[in-house]
Ligand binder design. Sequence first.
Ligand code: UT7
Length: 330
Amino acid sequence: MKNSHNEIGIVGTGFYVPEKIMTNYDLEKIVDTTDEWIRTRTGIEERRIANVEEATSDLATKAGLKALQNTNIPPEEIDLLIIATHFPDYHFPSTSCITQNKLGLTNAVCFDLSAACSGSIYSLFVAESMLKNSNYNTAMIIGSEIFSRTVDWEDRDTCVLFGDGAGAIIIKKDQIGKKIISFNFGSDGSGADLLKIPAGGSKLPTSIKTLEQKQHFIKMEGKKVYKFAKKMMVDSVIQALDEVDLTRKDIDLLIPHQANIRILKAVAKKLHLPIEKIMINLEKYGNTSAASIPIALDEAISQGKINKGDIVVLTAFGAGLTWGAIVIRW
Ligand code: UT7
């Protein structure tokens, strides 16, 4: 299916990361790990940690505010707010409703979207589709995550990988350029057990036993997720490009989910892309899940890595399993 959406474009981005920096050397003091292992196996050097007063909506609000300031769009012009997160403020109400109130988005319809690390590109596509099929004009999507509260700080397999942060993207009708011209998404629930937080939901409600067994923390089969990530990001990018008769040679900048430098290098190799065409900032923030692509997009723009007319491809993978790619002509 061809999907050239001609009118809706990205008008602004913004991000926020907490002030507190946790380096690999800090981690050496709390788990059996080394800076060398983390850097060579993941590319991560440091990550940000939210302070105890900050909830997911607080990070989202700060990122959303920056996007509003960057675009000069008044809050009441936002018709739709979607927040992608794995760890909302509450089971309900949605973190997007709480963020709406903090940002003063008085006219926005709000909901959260659950697609783990693929959440921001899923949200971007859902928002774009909703704008296309309604009289809404402007939408904000935010990926916001506080991983420091869902990792087990005694589990070196996971705690070294993640970080806290939020990134926002605003899209609007009647724009020239910066449009989604193609997409490819997929999900495979048969891989649901590879990456999950087992307790705290309807399947395993919170109990003394679940707390004692540390079932409220992330459990991951890292190697299997690694293999899946490499394959699905490459396939998804190629399929999304193919929909609009483009090839990997047309990519000016690939903005992948920032999980592991080895995954990004393997994707670059398979796509025959020089590493300069891949946006990489995971050394500073670690894996911020749904926040990682909006943060990387904002940094790519502010670092002058994107020019008018460029083909920019966003791609992600995550728990679910979920994956996808979005092609944007800037
Ligand atoms: O957004 C999606 C989220 N998930 C991901 O992106 C995860 C994808 N997977 C990965 O990035 C990689 O699989 C990891 C970084 C998680 C692990 O890298 P790996 O090369 O697959 O390492 P491994 O799990 O095979 O472990 C190799 C060794 C093991 O020791 P032995 O059995 O060889 O003695 C681990 O126990 O490294 C050990 N190890 C560590 N050593 C020091 C695992 N974690 C650590 C650590 N520090 N933090």
